[in-house]
Design a binder for this molecule. Sequence first.
Ligand code: PMP
Length: 352
Amino acid sequence: MFEPRNEIREMVGYHSPQVDVAVRLNTNESPFPPPQQWVDSLSEIARSVSWNRYPDRAATQLREVIAQRHGVDPENVFVANGSNEVLQTILLTYGGHGRKVATFEPTYQMYGQIARVTGADVLVGSRRDDFTLDADEIARVAGAEEVAVTFLANPNNPTGVIEPRENLEVLLRTTQGIVVVDEAYAEFADWSAIGMVQESERLIVTRTFSKTLSLAALRVGYAIGPRWMIEKLSIAVLPYHLDAFKQAATVAALSYVDEMQQRVDAITSERTRIEHRLQAVGMTVWPSGANFVLFRPQKQSTPSLWQQLLDKGILVRDCGSWPRLERCLRVTVGTEAENSLFLDAVDDLVGL
Ligand code: PMP
């Protein structure tokens, strides 16, 4: 048998089990479908596509509409198939063999995963016990020689912690490389780094349609960055990576953004309910600024709490094997009914 290259041989893939259960609270999607009007418009959009032709390689219209939304120029926008592909393209362009990529654990696992797959070495900085980040630690890790790309997620996944702007300022001052601020859960944070993007800065900010915007199935994400950086991304990405239907469907979806943003309040108040109920049964709960809650039962049970919930038809994320997250589970805020099923099940299983 022919072996894969060393980096791949030593890795396990990034997996979130896709199990067919009634209550799926494991991948931080929106519990609400996109507006029906948009769904109804899709057949017309499909009919208007020139299916025998390659799509617009530059995704001109889509980038224009995204640029308008953020008050930047289309040349500041890069779009790909989910923000994971955006992150991968950044790492293909600025990471790679002989370069270092910095992350602060615990954080989104794909930063390290994609960095390694694309040949870079990963430097891992540590968060404090409450998962906030110390400025000295930022400077120590990201300021190290040859750090080409550093990731910060705001809010962070899976901890839900909101990153203060000052930490980004320290990071930009201390690193020589590119800084990626991942704003997958931006709608829940009280500030955005997009306002700090400028030509003279090495900052790029990523966003996704998969969470608040209710379009995880469509696979669209984007980055806002300085022109010189965005321009180079299109060299590394494959030609025609964004299909024509996706481009048109996403343009149409952007007219519903305000409507979808209004759902954030409902999710936030459900999140508070989840946090309180979990605390009431003795869980350690980290206050979240996103659409999920990280929590830890006091002791290990057999079978694990994750398995016991699954046996009741409720799927949450098992973060127990992630660095520093022994026994931790992460629950995505679902609909009110789904959250109640989850909370009642937890009560049954560990109720005091
Ligand atoms: N960044 C973070 C922090 C995430 O949690 C996720 C989804 N789990 C992504 C990026 C990727 O999202 P997508 O590829 O669906 O845009």
